[in-house]
Design a protein around this ligand. Sequence first.
Ligand code: NAD
Ligand code: UDX
Length: 467
Amino acid sequence: MKIKKICCIGAGYVGGPTMAVIAKKCPEIQVTVVDLNKERIAAWNDTDVNNIPVYEPGLGDIVAEARGRNLFFSTQVDEAIQEADMVFISVNTPTKTYGEGKGQAADLKWIELCARQIARVSTTDKIIVEKSTLPVRTASTLKDILSHTGNNINFQILSNPEFLAEGTAVEDLLSPDRVLIGGDPSPKGQAAVEALVEIYSTWVPTERILTTNLWSSELSKLTANAFLAQRVSSINAISEICEVTEADVNEVSRAIGSDSRVGPKFLKASVGFGGSCFQKDILNLVYIARTYGLNEVANYWEQVIIMNDHQKRRFAKKVISSLYNTVSGKKIAFLGWAFKKDTNDTRESAAIYVADHLLNENAELSVFDPKVTAQQVYTDLDYLGTRESTKNASLVTVTKDPYETCKGSHAVAVLTEWDEFNSYDWQKIYDNMLKPAYVFDGRDILETEKLKAIGFRVYTIGKTQTQ
Ligand code: NAD
Ligand code: UDX
């Protein structure tokens, strides 16, 4: 079966970039990305590609090339579904904030709404592709909803989880380590798998396209994120030992990462992992394990989150204890708010939680991030619900100039590993701070010796402080 028209429901961090790359690589396929969010669609259609809603290096050029040719962004969801041979579901699946499974299970209400909408408006056979990250066995729910339309339409469900990381989305999509496609073993199911394999094989070598059954594919996505996050929590746990033993966490990472069985990637100690995926997907895995009565399995994976929360908290505590056990009324400058560099995404960013902890101590924060807006910073803090938003607004300022952010502060804390932080004039920053002037490097990106020579007291994650 040759796919001519694709519809993708959800124009977010995954739907937008993924579809842009499919449209670039398959000019003969018409790709329409739809969303209920009118502003988001309007931004994707902005004539200036600098204003598209997702910041990813290289994405603007791809959108500029394909948009209007075979890539379209629209709010006409019904029409796009109706016309398509293949429908990707790429909507959000956040952690539930209410009811059964609150704080752990994935909220699948948007997924179910999509399935019901597809069932309602479809008039021709379609392949439905799960692109969102979903609990294992969600495909059976989709199948159930779609098989009760009563209009004899054949729906095949595929699982095709997305492994892109933010900040490198375009690179990851153009040259993925693997593409994973899970499908039903029936002939029709396998024909659907082949149709999707054909699309990806336009640019992905076939040996990198893995096909499995539906359940392995769904579970592999949660497992991949759990393993990656587990590596970060593992090295972060070691970073705390390093700080009290004069071992250097970077040296430990290099030493263990040189073992080809361990590998060097994802061993960078940090103030804690963030992002919309790791925590949510591990919590979901924990919930699934508990649902099946697998308590040891659940406890094992939950520890990854417990360690991560500890890492964020202990960074904040380090700031407080260094500043003579009180930060009340003291200005602390935050460099970075995004959950990692090269993205404007702040979801679950460690910065939010470190800030919350310091604000509980009545610190005054000044924030600078090259890509995050002031409004986003306040939204993130207000969302926690720890204090009145008027209080957040009075305790936190957000500036567009890093030097302004640091001016008059007692301490600078690095929360995101933006490259530009290293190129700042640190002498100038020092001269305008209160003394003793502290730097808390939660990402280990600054040149510690240079800062010490200037006069800073420097704390770096995973290193014993020697001053
Ligand atoms: P997102 O919140 O950025 O985008 C989801 C979009 O779906 C929103 O714009 C929302 O308005 C839209 N939407 C929701 N319900 C809709 C409906 N019924 N009809 C039309 N539009 C609807 O989310 P995201 O970061 O793109 O993540 C999407 C999925 O991909 C999640 O399951 C996530 O776990 C997974 N994922 C995310 C990443 C990542 O790096 N962000 C990576 C891999 C997988
Ligand atoms: C992750 C997965 O990598 C990706 O495959 C999946 O599709 C979505 O979730 P993402 O969250 O975008 O991607 O970014 P990632 O690079 O994985 O970083 C996640 C968090 O871990 C960031 O806060 C990052 O700073 C942190 N991290 C990562 C570390 O602290 N140390 C590391 O060594 C690697």
